[in-house]
Design a protein around this ligand. Structure first.
Ligand code: OSB
Ligand code: MG
Length: 383
């Protein structure tokens, strides 16, 4: 492996208008806000990363403003001037900062991209190089689509129909108390054949167990994160009461969370969001725990721009990712996105891994500037 030496790191907070908002049990952001990381190396390479956050701390604790504070003052100084032969070295330095997984993730991604480019290989192949034999990239990711809370069952069925016609073959629907059993029954009655799952984003408590049991008749692929975002124990009490597999998202913030969850029987499926666990080094460890325990695994998303999406497509192309991932085509999120070329849905509900080295997509400078302008206009916080 050819090493890289980090010369400088610049952050760009941008906002993008959504093509379609994603309303969850905790609401929805008016625009996509994200912090892009531009890393330049002494060798003349530019690596990109994305600190995937939301405007408000609804899904996760970090925001564009906290990300800049932690990156500028604590994480970037650990990286500048250093030479890295593997992303693990950067991860070890940054892990000394507690928490702030999303911020660490974005910086680590830029290191991964720069290293892959320096070695003229795709990011997907760099991931696979740290896995045992038999884990080479398939060259594509099998994907589904996440659909927000709509005003009615009919409106939901119409959106699903549209996505189905576009070629998506796994549908995820957001639910919340008061918009769950009856709603899911209505959708199932209208569309008996679709592969369907629900995501509660932590909206329930164990007292809702009897209510949630009614979902067992609806042939759901899984229910994602029914209980609190910091809970593992109560999920382990809920899972044996349900036939529907519980998939954990918010609760699984590290490899040790997953080991505990498996030991307790709190989950039967994992939604791995590399951003939530602090990067791809930690994600590879979690990937191997899933392989060793035969735990079905898929890659979750947070409405990433093309930068974060490219990295997630690369990771989701690894063969241990056994269920469709929450990574949709560019036109589901942004028009235009900040990168080219766009991700387009292909045969079999898939997205292809780009052929170019590193992330395989290029950031468009004019769109980056536009995104920075929009953030400056809409940001209501001290930045
Ligand atoms: O809970 O999986 C979630 C988006 C933002 C925050 C949390 C979640 C989501 C999604 C969207 O469901 C997945 C995607 O990026 O398409
Ligand atoms: Mg989720």
């Amino acid at each position: 492996m050819k090493p890289i030496t980090v010369q400088s790191i610049q952050l760009h907070t941008i906002a993008l208008p959504f093509v379609e908002p994603l309303k969850t049990s905790f609401g929805n952001d008016p625009v996509k806000a994200t912090v892009l990381v531009e890393l330049t190396t002494a060798e003349g390479i530019t690596g990109w990363g994305e600190i995937t956050v939301e405007v408000a701390p609804g899904y996760a604790a970090e925001t564009p403003v906290t990300a800049r504070h932690i990156a500028d003052n604590f994480l970037i100084p650990k990286l500048v001037g250093k030479t890295f032969t593997a992303p693990h070295e950067a991860q070890a330095l940054m892990k000394r900062v507690r928490g702030h997984h999303h911020t660490r993730f974005g910086l680590e991604m830029a290191i991964w991209d720069a290293l892959a480019q320096a070695n003229q290989i795709r990011l997907a192949d760099l991931f696979a190089s740290y896995l045992p034999e038999g884990h080479a990239s398939r060259g594509f990711a099998v994907v589904g689509v996440s659909i927000g809370i709509q005003p009615s069952i009919e409106a939901t069925v119409a959106v699903i129909q549209k996505r189905y016609d576009q070629g998506y073959r796994r549908i995820k629907l957001k639910i919340r108390p008061g918009w769950d059993v009856e709603f899911a029954r209505g959708v199932r009655a209208a569309l008996p054949g679709i592969v369907m799952m629900l995501d509660a984003n932590s909206a329930y408590t164990l007292a809702d167990a009897d209510h949630l049991k009614q979902l067992d008749d609806l042939n759901l692929l899984m229910i994602e994160q029914p209980l609190a975002d910091d809970d593992i124990y109560e999920h382990s009490q809920l899972q044996p009461m349900l036939k529907t597999p519980i998939c954990l998202d918010e609760s699984m913030k590290s490899a040790s969370d997953l080991r505990l969850g498996l030991q307790l029987g709190a989950l039967r499926i994992l939604n791995l969001k590399p951003v939530r666990v602090g990067g791809y080094v930690d994600s590879l460890e979690i990937y191997m725990i899933c392989v060793e325990n035969k735990l079905p695994l898929w890659i979750g998303g947070m409405l990433e721009t093309g930068v974060g999406r490219a990295a997630n497509v690369a990771f989701a192309s690894l063969p241990g990712v056994t269920l469709p991932s929450d990574i949709s085509a560019t036109d589901r999120y942004y028009n235009p996105d900040v990168t080219e070329p766009p991700f387009v849905l292909s045969e079999g509900s898939t997205l292809r891994v780009p052929d170019a080295p590193g992330l395989g997509v290029t950031v468009q400078r004019d769109r980056l500037e536009q995104g920075k302008k929009l953030w400056a206009e809409v940001n209501p916080y001290v930045d």
